[in-house]
Write a new protein. Sequence first.
Length: 159
Amino acid sequence: MARLKKSWREKLNDDQGLPKVEPITEKMSKRWGVGTVVIPAPREVDALMRQVPEGKVTTINELRVALAKKHCASIGCPITTGIFAWVAAHAAEEALTTGEKDVTPYWRTLKSGGELNDKYPGGIEAQIKRLRREGMSIEPGKGKKPPRVKDFEKYLTVF
């Protein structure tokens, strides 16, 4: 029997035994130093993203700092935090298609340096439209770098 594919909202609500705090491996320590890393639960990432008010933004790195603080870890896992932000974005779009209004404002969560995220639903163009509607100015990308929110630091939500 074929297994049904999970919806984005089901993926968001599947904690998979997370969060977990683990020692930073030797391989990871070259980049992240020593100590511990928190691998967050998807809903924790979503809950932080929901706290960003209209007209403000945050970054994946700010989410990681908040998660590390919450779990008394040295760092928040960059890979799973990014993946779970992506899952939260797709779950929000899925909810919008069913008429829900109170969805995670994922377009307010940027990559480092205020860069827009081309992996979000609708790509960069959709994110630009939503951010402009909230009063943000967008700077064009340079080379391989994607567009970014101009002076994003002025609008930054720190948890």
